[in-house]
Design a binder for this molecule. Structure first.
Ligand code: H79
Length: 457
């Protein structure tokens, strides 16, 4: 009988230790597994970023002071005390929110995924988090969740839903602003954690992220605020593994870890973890072979809505940014900042519609293409697919001829994209490869595309 008892105890312990080990490590994935997981993301090329939260209430101005920088930073930039900032919650009532319209807008713009701020640095949550009352359901007159109807609408419109989540949190009691911290970028260095509350906050993040992953099955988690000095590389790796264990095919940006240098994040420093680099408000000069990356950029000069920011980039610039990024092997995550009422500003809608019209015609030169090995020409960019070279012409040459570095012997035919059958173009041998004779005027007002069909070897 005694012996039987020991057998029971031992088997119990064995089962326990097995359970302890069921957390799998995802830090050394095979190339094949990674390629399979990243496939849809690499093909997608174009996504929508949405910065929406309490900062849309002041919309860039508080007590007569206009914030100079980005609108979602107003709490830090204007030193608004936590209790005062909380007072924006009772004023947040987005009665004009139409998630179906947002998802349709993204889809019709040609965007394949959508990343919305579930929680920005201010700590306010757009879903009904069980571990805080600082969310849209518990703290605002609106009283309904914002994320679930958007996730559903995205799925209806063929757009993959994804969430931004800030590690740094200006509201959680574990963190405080250190008034003594001096740094050229004070906002960066001032966030501190009470060490005795660190474990509590890490558990808080894990609980929130588990809610997001299990309830909404997001395609991507997009972290930010990892630069706060108290967060460690070790915590980054641990969180990455925790999330991949919850959802093995999840894609997670590099800001979950400490490997990012500056805003660019294509370099892999000590402590790097995550699936893609995140250059912010910049397009790298070149891509990096074997590194997935996504440039996130604004259409004006703010992420969160600022009522007085009218510095909109032109549709032409936005389209050429997309082409430039894709020609270097990256994705473009283009931001909109809705108002506190729940409206996406009209200048953004207008530009997105125009981009969608362009992609309707020329999408085959963008989606599922890869970076081109050819040197970037001054007048435009190249993208490619097996057997096809897409020649994007930003500046139409005055002599209506184009030199491309592909031998004439390899080329099967050349044509203007979207009118391919009707407009075959004449081409001949040149010193640099092949000379293409273009029509006298550019076929597209923003950016024209010539497709070169060639023999592969
Ligand atoms: O979510 C968006 C930004 O809020 C966030 N990342 C994107 C995607 C971001 N975090 N940090 N930064 C952007 C850069 C911060 C720049 C700063 Fe400043 C310079 C912080 C303090 C000095 C700009 C100027 C914001 C406040 C003053």
């Amino acid at each position: 009988m005694h012996r039987f008892k020991w057998v029971l105890i031992f088997s119990f312990l064995a089962v326990c230790s097995l359970y302890g080990q069921t957390e799998k490590s995802y830090l050394n994935e095979t190339k094949d597994a990674r390629d399979a997981r990243m496939e849809w993301w690499r093909d997608a090329r174009f996504g929508m970023f949405i910065h929406w939260g309490l900062y849309a209430v002041p919309a860039g101005e508080y007590k007569g002071q206009k914030v100079k920088g980005i609108g979602e930073w107003i709490q830090a930039s204007l030193n608004i005390p936590r209790q005062e900032y909380e007072e924006f919650a009772p004023q947040f009532n987005p009665v004009k929110y139409d998630p179906d319209e947002w998802a349709r807008l993204a889809s019709e713009a040609g965007m394949k995924y959508l990343v919305i701020t579930s929680k920005h640095h201010d700590g306010f949550c757009l879903w009904d988090s069980k571990v805080t009352d600082y969310d849209v359901v518990d703290a605002t007159p609106y009283g309904k969740e914002l994320l679930p109807p958007l996730v559903d609408a995205c799925r209806r419109h063929g757009v993959r839903p994804a969430f931004y989540y800030s590690i740094l949190d200006w509201h959680h009691p574990s963190q405080y602003v250190d008034p003594d911290a001096k740094s050229p970028r004070a906002g960066h260095a001032r966030n501190k954690i009470y060490e005795e509350k660190r474990a509590e906050y890490i558990n808080y993040m894990k609980a929130q992220l588990e809610e997001l992953v299990t309830r909404f099955d997001p395609a991507v988690l997009w972290f930010d605020g990892e630069w706060t000095p108290w967060y460690s590389a070790e915590e980054g790796r641990e969180l990455y593994n925790y999330l991949r264990n919850l959802k093995p095919d999840l894609i997670i940006n590099n800001r979950i870890g400490k490997g990012r240098q500056g805003m660019s994040g294509l370099d892999k420093g000590e402590g790097a973890v995550g699936d893609f680099g995140t250059p912010e408000q910049e397009i790298p000069a070149t891509g990096v072979a074997g590194v997935d990356w996504e440039s996130c950029m604004t259409m004006n000069d703010t992420w969160g809505y600022k009522y007085f920011d009218g510095n909109w980039k032109s549709t032409e610039t936005l389209l050429q940014n997309l082409i430039d990024i894709v020609s270097k092997g990256g994705n473009y995550l283009l931001n909109v900042g809705p108002t506190a009422e729940g409206l996406i500003p009209q200048p953004s809608v207008h530009r997105l519609n125009a981009m969608g019209d362009w992609l309707d015609k020329y999408g085959e030169s963008i989606y599922e293409t890869t970076a081109s090995p050819y040197e970037r020409p001054q007048w435009g960019r190249y993208t490619e697919k097996p057997g096809y070279l897409y020649v994007h012409i930003f500046d139409w040459p005055e002599n209506n001829t184009l030199e491309i570095p592909l031998g004439v012997d390899k080329i099967q035919e050349v044509g203007v994209l979207s009118d391919y059958d009707e407009h075959k173009l004449y081409f001949e041998q040149s010193s640099k490869g092949t000379q293409i004779k273009l029509p006298p005027t550019p076929p597209d007002e923003f950016s024209s595309v010539v497709v070169v069909k060639y023999k592969r070897n």
